[in-house]
Design a protein around this ligand. Structure first.
Ligand code: NOJ
Length: 519
C-alpha cells in the first residue's frame, strides 16, 4: 500500500495541502453517561441525568435512559480495541463523578470506580494511546442538585474539591484535561430551554447565575492543577466550548452575528482568554440595560468582582473547541416571534437565528452540515485570543440508521477535515488536534438512541451491545494512518467493491512496474 499512497501523492499532487502536519494528533471521544451504563452497580450513585430520565421518561425521544447504554463499564476492553483499530493518538472520555465519589463530596472514594478508571487509563497507556480526560460532562451528583446544583455558589468549591481528588488519583498518568464540557449545555440547555437535566426553566436568570458559577469552578480547578500538580506531573488543562458558526444573514447583520457569537461562546471565553477578563463588555451592557429597563435593581447577569475576574483570567493551557453546525443571524423585527436560545433567537440580544436553507440537514433537528463554519470559528478564536494551540475536541454527524455504509458521515468528516487543513495552511491557525465524535453510537441525551454519531455502530437490541465498524471508521482510520485527507481505504460495504479492488490492484501493479523500472 505504500506504493499506492506514494502514487496518489505524486499523481494527484496531494502534497502539502492535504497532508496533516507532523505533530497533528487525531482522537475519538465519548462521555461517561452516554456510554458507561451500570448506573446503579459497583457503588455508583445517581447523577442528575439518572434522576431526570427516570422521573421524566418523555425527556428522551424514545423514552430511553443511559442505564445500560453501551455498557462500557463492562465492555471497556472492546472500546480500547476499537480505539486501537482506528490507530488514533488519543481517546477522550469523561469521568462519572458519582462513580468515583458517590457522595459528591470527596470524603468517600468508591474503590470500584477508581479501579474502573485506573484500568481504562493504564490499558490505554499500555497500548500507546493517550487518555484525554473530561472532568465534567454534564452529570452532576443528584445530591448536589438537591442543594441547588450549578446555581448554588457552593458548587464552585464542590467542583474544585472533586477536581483536586481526580488529579490526585490520575494526574501522574493523564496529561491533557478538560474541566467542563460545553458550559452552554449545562446552563442554557437547562435553564433556558429546559431540555437538559435537571430541566429547570428560569430563562434569562438561572442560565446567567449558572454561567458565573461555571466560570469560577473551572478557574479554581485550573488553579489547583497549576499550583499543586503541574510541577510534579506535566500537563495541560482547559475548558471546552461548543461553537456554532453564527454567520450574518446579510452584510448589514455583521454586528448581530458577532453579538450572537459573544453570547454563545464569548461569555465562556472572554473571562478566561481575553487580556481584560470579565464578561464580554457589550453583552454585559446589553443584559444590564435590559434588566434595569425591566424593573430589576441589578443585572440578571451577575457581575464579577475584581478578584473573581483575576481568578478566572488566564486559566488555560490551550483552546478546546467542539464544532458541529452553524446558523444565520439577523436583528429581530417587531413582528418576530422569539424562539429559544441558542438555536432560534435571543430575547436579550433581540436577534433571530436560523439555518441557511442551502445547508443539508442531518437526522438531528439541530445539525445542518456547514463545514466552512469550522474554519471561520478557528479563525475567530485566533483573531480574538491569539495564536495558541487549538484542539478540536468534538466534530461529528448523526443519522438514525444502523447502516454501515455511512457515506454522509464520511463526507462530513472529510469536509470538516479539509477546512481544518485550510485553516492550518492558509490561515496559519495553530490547530493541533481533531477528535471525531463519537467512537460509537451512544445515548444521545434528549434523542436517546434515535440519533447515532458512531464511527462504530452499536446494536442496542443485543445484550452484548455488539460494536461494528462503519465505513466512516475505515475512512477515519486510514486518514489517521496515512495522514491524508483522501487516503486509500477499502470500504467493504460498498456495492461496487469488486471494481474498487480491481482498480486498487491495477494501481498497485502499475506502481510496482514503475518502481521496478527505476530500480
Ligand atoms: C456535544 C456533546 O459534548 C456530546 O455529549 C453530544 O453527544 C454531541 N454534542 C452530539 O450532540
Amino acid at each position: 500500500n505504500t506504493f499506492v499512497i506514494s502514487f496518489y501523492r505524486i499523481i494527484f499532487s496531494v502534497g502539502k495541502a492535504q497532508d496533516f502536519p507532523a505533530g497533528f494528533k487525531f482522537g475519538v471521544a465519548t462521555a461517561a453517561y452516554q456510554v458507561e451504563g451500570a448506573w446503579n452497580i459497583s457503588g455508583r450513585a445517581s447523577s442528575i441525568w439518572d434522576e431526570f430520565v427516570h422521573s421524566r421518561p418523555q425527556a428522551t425521544a424514545d423514552h430511553s435512559t443511559g442505564d445500560v447504554a453501551c455498557d462500557s463499564f463492562h465492555l471497556w476492553r472492546r472500546d480500547i480495541d476499537m480505539v486501537a483499530e482506528l490507530g488514533v493518538d488519543f481517546y477522550r472520555f469523561s469521568i462519572s463523578w458519582t462513580r468515583l465519589y458517590p457522595n459528591g463530596f470527596t470524603n468517600y472514594l468508591n474503590e470500584d470506580g477508581k479501579r474502573y478508571y485506573e484500568d481504562l487509563i493504564d490499558t490505554l497507556l499500555n497500548r500507546g494511546i493517550e487518555p484525554l480526560v473530561t472532568l465534567y460532562h454534564w452529570d452532576l451528583p443528584q445530591k448536589f442538585q438537591d442543594l441547588g446544583g450549578w446555581t448554588n455558589p457552593l458548587v464552585v468549591e464542590w467542583f474544585a474539591e472533586y477536581a483536586r481528588a481526580v488529579f490526585t488519583l490520575f494526574a501522574d498518568r493523564v496529561h491533557t484535561w478538560i474541566t467542563i464540557n460545553e458550559p452552554i449545555a449545562l446552563c442554557d440547555m437547562v435553564y433556558h430551554v429546559g431540555s437538559h437535566a435537571p430541566g429547570i426553566l428560569s430563562p434569562g436568570v438561572g442560565n446567567y447565575i449558572c454561567m458565573k458559577n461555571v466560570m469560577l469552578a473551572h478557574a479554581k480547578a485550573w488553579r489547583i492543577f497549576d499550583e499543586e500538580f503541574r510541577s510534579k506531573h506535566y500537563g495541560r488543562i482547559a475548558i471546552c466550548n461548543m461553537h456554532l458558526a453564527y454567520e450574518p444573514a446579510s452584510d448589514e447583520e455583521t454586528e448581530a452575528a458577532e453579538l450572537a457569537r459573544q453570547l454563545f461562546v464569548g461569555v465562556y471565553t472572554h473571562p478566561i482568554y481575553s487580556a481584560a477578563g470579565g464578561w464580554p463588555p457589550k453583552i454585559e451592557k446589553i443584559i444590564s440595560d435590559r434588566s434595569l429597563k425591566d424593573g430589576y435593581n441589578y443585572s440578571r447577569l451577575p457581575a464579577f468582582t475584581t478578584a473573581e475576574k483575576d481568578l478566572i483570567r488566564g486559566t488555560y493551557d490551550f483552546y478546546a473547541m467542539n464544532y458541529y453546525t452553524g446558523r444565520l443571524v439577523r436583528k429581530a423585527k417587531i413582528a418576530d416571534k422569539y424562539g429559544i436560545w441558542p438555536l432560534e433567537a435571543s430575547t436579550d440580544l433581540e436577534v433571530i437565528v436560523y439555518p441557511d436553507p442551502k445547508w443539508k440537514m442531518s437526522d438531528s433537528y439541530w445539525l445542518y452540515v456547514y463545514p466552512e463554519g469550522i474554519r471561520h470559528q478557528l479563525n475567530w478564536i485566533g483573531k480574538n485570543y491569539g495564536n495558541q494551540a487549538i484542539i478540536i475536541t468534538e466534530n461529528g454527524y448523526s443519522d438514525s440508521k444502523m447502516d454501515l455504509n455511512d457515506k454522509e458521515r464520511v463526507q462530513y468528516h472529510r469536509g470538516h477535515l479539509k477546512q481544518v487543513l485550510l485553516s492550518i495552511y492558509e490561515d496559519d491557525v495553530n490547530v493541533t488536534g481533531y477528535t471525531a465524535w463519537s467512537l460509537m453510537d451512544n445515548f444521545e441525551w434528549n434523542s436517546g438512541y434515535t440519533q447515532r454519531f458512531g464511527l462504530y455502530a452499536v446494536d442496542f437490541t443485543s445484550p452484548l451491545r455488539t460494536r461494528t465498524p462503519r465505513a466512516s471508521a475505515l475512512y477515519y482510520g486510514a486518514v489517521v494512518r496515512q495522514r491524508l485527507l483522501d487516503p486509500v481505504y477499502d470500504n467493504p460495504y460498498q456495492t461496487s467493491r469488486a471494481s474498487n479492488i480491481v482498480i486498487h490492484t491495477s494501481v498497485n501493479l502499475f506502481i510496482t512496474l514503475i518502481n521496478l523500472m527505476y530500480c
